[in-house]
Design a protein around this ligand. Sequence first.
Ligand SMILES: [Zn+2]
Length: 226
Amino acid sequence: MSEFRVRLRKRNITEEELLADLKRVASELSKDTLTVVEYTERGNFGANTFLRRFKQWNLALQMAGLNAPNRQHVPDAELFENIANVWTSVGHQPFGRELDKAHGVSEFSLGTYEKRFGSWNKALLAFESFIQTGKFSEPRPKLAGPSQSSKRTDRKINWRLRAQVLIRDNCICQMCGASPAKDPSVNLHADHIKPWSKGGETVLENLRTLCIKCNIGKSDLHDENN
Ligand SMILES: [Zn+2]
């Protein structure tokens, strides 16, 4: 199936492809800069992929010929999404020190969280509440989709739901047991248990954590994908 080939190709994403996609999204938004949240809404790749490859979001922007976002007014939602990225990349609830840019995939420093929330623990509590309630402190742009009139859930799994699924499953692949906590190269996905194409909804109960290898193996058997 062509889907299988596409997925294999995606595993070897080049730096040029990543930078080109950054430029595409920036151009679609008519902006000369991009936040992670803005990119995640429209981008073809995960923010993790950029942070793993370029270490810092701003460095990727710079290499794409874009400017760094104005960091005076980072929305809470973006700080929370970064926690989700770090959490699901390291495979466990992150320690404050893991926010240090030099040590991993975090876009923001520990100091940013301490300033905003008072302490790292308070930031984690606010994150937990946000993940569960989905309340954004600032409105997000609505994606124009063809299924507006449908009452079905969107096929797309937003980052908040993905984080809920991965954290609920302790960042462990539900098929083979792989976890980034044991092997940092493990890349986890949230996967529909009952395929969306067969009527399965994009809700917590119908989602599970799979590593990319198991997800690819599975799509060889079914036509399901995320
Ligand atoms: Zn697996």
